[in-house]
Design a binder for this molecule. Structure first.
Ligand code: UDP
Ligand code: MG
Length: 340
């Protein structure tokens, strides 16, 4: 196939410590892609600072298979940024986002393609069962989606990860969004167009362990909520108002006691007030701090990620253009070149 011909499909996979999954990933995703688009596909593998042999394994695969493009990031940037790097470098008309651990079956591609033929711009996988996941992971996921639904203004589907097939115009719109704290599934929901669900059973990991530890999940939840809603700020002001009202009522009570010559004696009541108002103040400050911290990171305008090596691939890296201003987005840094 000539280098610049349009590829029908790109499969984008972020990989972090996935050395044992790569061969199986290649075999199954290749077969799934061939069944749908023949040879007109590519597999884009992004090594996100793995500490095992993931990079040598995917580099060798890219050298052996001309349908594989392997990208090595300069360090570990996290799943969402690694995915962004892969989306920036893929060139297909349709893009399947997949995890390297094969928890999401690439064989669903056939059904996803059909739904897209029928006019969808996004076909997202929605999990029926979360096999092999601990009760804690299941419980925390359901709290997370509950909190997200309550606080976010756009419709983000529950139990849908990043496993989805998206059209080129959705990826181009996605790449025009410059934020550092990326919550990809929320950003895709924000883009709109016709988005449909495909329900499936999620399998356990093939090899290796999940990289989403409790700390990472909490950070991910904070990114999701602060990235899409200012409701926590509003709740913080309500809390401030409530503790203010409490303070006024207390003041009236104290003044009346004073006038009636029955001042409230004691340390207990004073400490109670200090503790309640002090902690309310700290909570409100903490919420404001979360937003200011994120603004600080965004204002610095650093590149989203840096690439140390790219191996293989059939087509030239897709130079996405911003759908708003028409300028090309930086191929290696994921931002407008002049802002980096
Ligand atoms: N991943 C990544 N960078 C990270 C952590 C994870 O690229 O820092 C990749 C990982 O290799 C996998 C996907 O993101 O392909 C999902 O990660 P994982 O399976 O650990 O998450 P879970 O399925 O448990 O939510
Ligand atoms: Mg997984």
């Amino acid at each position: 196939m000539p280098a610049n011909d349009h590829l029908k499909l790109s499969i984008v996979v972020p990989c972090h410590n996935e050395q044992d999954n790569i061969q199986e990933l290649w075999r199954r995703s290749r077969d799934a892609a061939k069944a749908c688009v023949g040879d007109s596909f590519e597999l884009v593998l992004v090594n996100d600072g793995s500490s095992d042999n993931t990079w040598p394994v995917i580099a060798d695969l890219a050298k052996a298979e001309d349908r594989v493009l392997s990208i090595n990031l300069s360090r570990n940037y996290g799943h969402q940024l690694a995915l962004t790097a892969g989306l920036t470098h893929c060139s297909g008309d349709r893009i399947l986002v997949l995890d390297a651990d094969l928890q999401d079956p690439p064989e669903l591609l056939t059904d996803m393609m059909k739904l897209m033929d029928d006019g969808a711009d996004v076909v997202y996988g929605q999990r029926k069962e979360r096999e092999g996941e601990t009760w804690f992971k299941k419980a925390s996921a359901s709290w997370f989606y509950w909190l997200l639904r309550k606080s976010v203004d756009i419709e983000i589907p529950a139990n849908a990860g990043d496993f989805r097939l998206v059209s080129r115009r959705v990826v181009d719109a996605f790449l025009s969004m410059p934020e550092q704290h990326r919550f990809v599934r929320g950003m895709v929901s924000w883009i709109g167009y016709k988005q449909v669900a495909l329900r499936y059973d999620r399998a356990p990991r093939l090899h290796g362990e999940t990289s989403y530890t409790l700390g990472r999940m909490l950070r991910f939840a904070a990114d999701a909520i602060t990235g899409f809603s200012t409701k926590p700020l509003r709740i913080a002001s309500y809390l401030g108002l409530m503790s203010g009202a409490f303070g006024v009522i207390l003041l009236i009570y104290i003044l009346i006691s004073l006038i009636a010559a029955r001042p409230v004696a004691g340390w207990t009541s004073l400490m109670a007030v200090v503790a309640v108002l002090g902690s309310a103040t700290l909570v409100v400050l903490g919420v404001i701090g979360e937003y200011i911290g994120r603004m600080y990171v965004e204002v610095k305008g650093r590149p989203l990620y840096l690439i140390s090596e790219v191996i293989g691939g059939m087509a030239a890296p897709h130079a996405a253009t911003c759908p708003h201003c028409g300028k090309p987005l930086g191929a290696s840094v994921g931002r407008h070149p002049e802002t980096t």
